[in-house]
Design a protein around this ligand. Structure first.
Ligand code: NAG
Ligand code: NAG
Ligand code: NAG
Ligand code: NAG
Ligand code: NAG
Ligand code: NAG
Length: 438
């Protein structure tokens, strides 16, 4: 009896533990099934957000155009791009084109979920507000000429990078014009005051000037960029002075000179040496104490072909035409970024922002633009000339003083995120300036 009782107890005991295990097993099974169900639900939900409910991205500065809607696809996300201001509250990203920003017309108050994205692909001259940190810091993402911007356009005006090392447009020196220097610019009231330097340089060395500014020759007719390059290739030196002085702001004249195998006489971006093909690529006006001193070097090089050709390593050094690693790396990046196509760079920025908002975590890292994204020192340092040209400089100073005041007010408004009444804002600015017309 004892034995069977024991047996029974042990059986009973076994059975009890077996039952417990069974219950545990069932629990695990149910939990697993629930987990799967939950995951499936979450996945379906997130799919719904990402795919069938496109995010809205709004171009604020393009409202003068007809209202449009277009979808863009980035990976498996869809975003809708529009300029329809009625949809402001829904917009996750608001795009601004720098030159068109109007202080009297801002999308305020701003919602916490709205990212501001700034694109400026043309001259900084047209966007004085951006010279101020007080304004820049209200943007989250930027696409500007600066290498520090989120989607840099530094090499945008280099349309055909391969031509840097090819000799497609190259002409032997003896077949080039007897007038050594070419200047070809239309804007003669620039922020950098380049026209003043050129005017003085022209008194020391013959310059062929066929743009609107300081013209002394007929302007040729160009149909395509190839025509421009063919024309430039007839000169030994090309004046490539920027209209504004900003880090990494480099326009086409510099690249075109390098492409045809002329020596650029450069003034503009203080960081230009970071982008030159090799360390003997150009003549920098800022290295000379005066235009007269620069002219002396021009004469020397005109007379000495050996010395001239030393500037053309990118054309003649087959093994290492471009020694600048930063430039090489950027060329690769820009090439993939497809900057050569005029339309594409802003579409690319749209796509990057689309990806950005779709892949942001619930608690996103903070992203705020700063001065490095648009680095234009004020006042702009003009190259030294014999005479100080103050008239133009004074006008610019007035414009920037106005811009600074406006930006200051906007900054206060934006920080408070106060209701924004454009007419009141205009009055405030007038008061601040003591002006009657704005
Ligand atoms: C021409 O330039 C080369 C290289 O800079 C130099 O070695 C040579 O002395 C120059 N010739 C004359 C005549 O100045
Ligand atoms: C860039 O543009 C070219 C020509 O339109 C195209 O073949 C290429 O796939 C584009 N590259 C990228 C990365 O979009
Ligand atoms: C975007 O910029 C604004 C203004 O600087 C800032 O308040 C906000 O936190 C930024 N948003 C993100 C997600 O970084
Ligand atoms: C400016 O922003 C960049 C990122 O875009 C950041 O790396 C840098 O530290 C910032 N500089 C300053 C002075 O805040
Ligand atoms: C031009 O201005 C600079 C700085 O303001 C001054 O040092 C220089 O003497 C001026 N030159 C002439 C010719 O007035
Ligand atoms: C100053 O601003 C006015 C109005 O925006 C513009 O017409 C003018 O060209 C600017 N002045 C200079 C020197 O750029």
């Amino acid at each position: 009896m004892k034995c069977s009782k024991l047996k029974y107890q042990s059986w009973n005991c076994k059975c009890r533990s077996c039952g417990k295990r069974f219950v545990l097993f069932c629990c695990a099974l149910i939990a697993g099934a629930l987990l799967l169900l939950y995951l499936w639900y979450q996945l379906a939900k997130s799919d719904k957000i990402d795919i069938s409910e496109p995010r809205l991205l709004l171009w604020w500065t393009h409202d003068n155009e007809k209202v449009y809607y277009r979808n863009i696809y980035c990976g498996y996300f869809v975003c809708t791009i529009t300029n329809d201001r009625q949809r402001l509250a829904e917009a996750k990203v608001i795009f601004f084109y720098g030159s068109y920003i109007n202080a009297l017309d801002m999308p305020l108050p701003r919602h916490a979920y709205q990212l501001w994205a700034l694109l400026q692909d043309e001259t900084p001259q047209n966007a004085p507000y951006l010279f101020y940190q007080e304004f820049l810091r209200h943007f989250n993402y930027t696409s500007t000429f600066s290498r520090y911007s989120d989607y840099p356009l530094t090499l945008r005006s280099l349309h055909n990078p391969k031509e840097l090392i090819l000799r497609t447009y190259f002409r032997a020196l003896r077949f080039r014009s007897s007038i050594p220097v070419l200047f070809m610019q239309d804007n003669c009231a620039t922020l950098s005051g380049r026209e003043n330097y050129v005017r003085e340089l022209m008194t020391h060395v013959p310059v062929h000037s066929c743009g609107e500014c300081l013209r002394n020759a007929d302007s040729p007719i160009f149909r395509r960029e190839n025509d421009v390059l063919r024309f430039i290739s007839g000169f030994k030196f090309v004046i490539a002075f920027e209209d504004a002085i900003c880090d990494d702001y480099i326009t086409a004249a510099y690249w075109q000179a390098l492409i045809v195998g002329a020596i650029p006489i450069y003034f503009g971006s203080p960081t230009i040496r970071d982008w030159e093909p090799h360390d003997h690529s150009a003549i920098y006006a800022s290295d000379f104490e005066s235009p007269a001193a620069l002219a002396e070097l021009v004469y020397e090089l005109v007379d000495n072909e050996t010395a001239f050709l030393e500037y053309l390593q990118h054309k003649f050094n087959i093994e290492e035409p471009i020694t600048n690693k930063r430039l090489l790396k950027a060329l690769l990046w820009h090439y993939n970024f497809n900057l050569s196509e005029k339309v594409e760079h802003y579409e690319k920025f749209e796509r990057e922002m689309c990806t950005e908002i779709n892949s942001r975590r619930e608690k996103p890292i903070s992203k705020i633009a700063n001065q490095t994204h648009f680095s234009c020192p004020l006042p702009q340092r003009l190259p030294t000339t014999r005479k100080n040209y103050t008239k133009q400089a004074k006008q610019w100073k007035v414009n920037f003083t106005v811009a600074q005041r406006v930006v200051h007010l906007l900054d206060i408004l934006l920080q408070r995120n106060a209701p924004y009444v454009p007419t009141q804002f205009r009055e405030k600015v007038k008061q601040l300036l003591g002006w009657d017309n704005l």
